[in-house]
Design a protein around this ligand. Structure first.
Ligand code: NAD
Ligand code: UDP
Length: 348
């Protein structure tokens, strides 16, 4: 029942044709990026500015950092507002496009204050949707593959309704994002708001924090500093890792598409590997002497994950370009500058 495909390919192709004309019109937009001081948001801001937009970043700096935006200090088309989306919004100018990326994304970070995480997704998304509706603007929600939970359907298509534990420690994030999607599609149905929903799969790259806690940053930082590499469970669980520049290109295309895609769109790299294989790649690329140690698998950790990106391909002409090897090399170069390894590792 829940895997029935509700978006036939002929509709997707019509959308792709309409999308072309919109990319140029978007150039002069005034854009709000909520969560823009974070890892993905700061790269998105760079891409928007490069395309000619004027950009405001709104962020509470919970997991984001000024350092991610330092290079824009003298950019006249950029400004920063420190604010928490859970609180009433400060007075804001009118925007043409609103991206909502605000929400901690790493399990240890979103579980540190789970109630605030849930409220960020529900109250925060509601506030931004009202702003979008009142300005007759266009809205893009950064949703997540976590809406599929521990999936029983593989790979995951957008029409799969998911398998999420609503009461577990991941629920503040997963159910918050699911509730946010509900709000987004209700604004479309009730108010006719122009909306887009990107279901983002595991993304990595430069500007991730060394203390982010997700597997790519943990493993690379452990390898570079010569400390034990932590594999949760037996390492046979899978993920599909997308490099950040590919993801940002997908977000730009989704926001730029003239016609609403009529449902969520998966954005991610369909190349699936086990955590153990990821660790092997990092060990080889860094030449580390770190030991591999196992830790208990976190509660409700999804067993496998891979996006079906047929909709993104057909609608947006998008697919990822950066392979895992090149992406990991770029991430390793980033973390090498972020952390200072002990002398024994440095001299190797
Ligand atoms: P991130 O933690 O680096 O960025 C999130 C940003 O949101 C931070 O700058 C943080 O300070 C800000 N923020 C959090 N709560 C806020 C609030 N209440 N008010 C204002 N700002 C707030 O994470 P990221 O990896 O860059 O993820 C960005 C978005 O993409 C998130 O919404 C996340 O759920 C989504 N996403 C990311 C991934 C991934 O693999 N990176 C995967 C799926 C979905
Ligand atoms: N993981 C791991 N070692 C770590 C951090 C994470 O083995 O140091 C595992 C984690 O249990 C999960 C996978 O790597 O199975 C991806 O975890 P991450 O937190 O990066 O993303 P998510 O679970 O949200 O997809």
């Amino acid at each position: 029942r829940d895997v029935q495909d509700r978006w036939p390919a002929k509709d997707l192709l019509k959308g792709a044709a309409r999308e072309k004309s919109s990319m140029t019109r978007d150039k002069a937009s005034r854009v709000l990026v909520a969560g823009g001081a974070g890892f993905i948001g700061s790269h998105l801001i760079d891409a928007l500015l490069a395309g000619g937009a004027r950009v405001t970043c709104l962020d509470n700096l919970e997991t984001g950092r000024h350092a991610n935006l330092d290079h824009l200090r003298k950019e006249p088309r950029f400004d920063f507002i420190e604010a928490d989306l859970v609180d009433p919004l400060p007075k804001l100018p009118r925007f043409d496009r609103i991206f909502n990326l605000a929400c901690p994304a790493s399990p240890p970070h979103y579980q540190a204050d789970p109630i605030h995480t849930m409220m960020t997704s529900v109250i925060g998304t509601h506030r931004l949707l009202e702003l979008t509706r009142d300005a007759d603007a266009r809205f893009l929600q950064a949703s997540t593959s976590e809406v599929y939970g521990d999936p029983e359907i593989h790979p995951q298509k957008e029409c799969y309704w998911g398998n999420v534990n609503p009461t577990g420690p991941r629920a503040c994030y997963d159910e918050g994002k699911r509730a946010a999607e509900t709000l987004v599609f209700d604004f479309e149905r009730v108010h006719g708001t122009d909306i887009r929903v990107a279901r983002i799969f595991n993304t990595y790259g430069a500007r991730m924090r060394a203390d982010d806690g997700r597997v790519v940053s943990n493993v690379i930082c452990q390898a570079l500093s010569g400390t034990d590499i932590t594999i949760y469970g037996d390492g046979s669980q899978t993920r599909s890792f997308c490099y950040v520049s590919d993801l940002v290109e997908g977000l730009m295309r989704l926001m730029g598409a003239e016609a609403s895609p009529g449902g969520p769109v998966n954005l991610g790299n369909p190349s699936e590997i086990t955590v153990e294989e990821l660790v092997e790649h990092v060990v080889r690329l860094t030449g580390t002497a770190s030991r591999l140690v196992t830790r208990p698998l976190p509660v409700d950790d999804p067993r496998r994950r891979r996006p079906d990106i047929a909709r993104a391909k057909a609608l947006l002409g998008w697919s990822p370009k950066i392979g895992l090897e090149a992406g990991l090399e770029a991430a390793i170069a980033w973390f090498s500058k972020e952390i200072t390894p002990p002398p024994s590792v440095r001299s190797r």
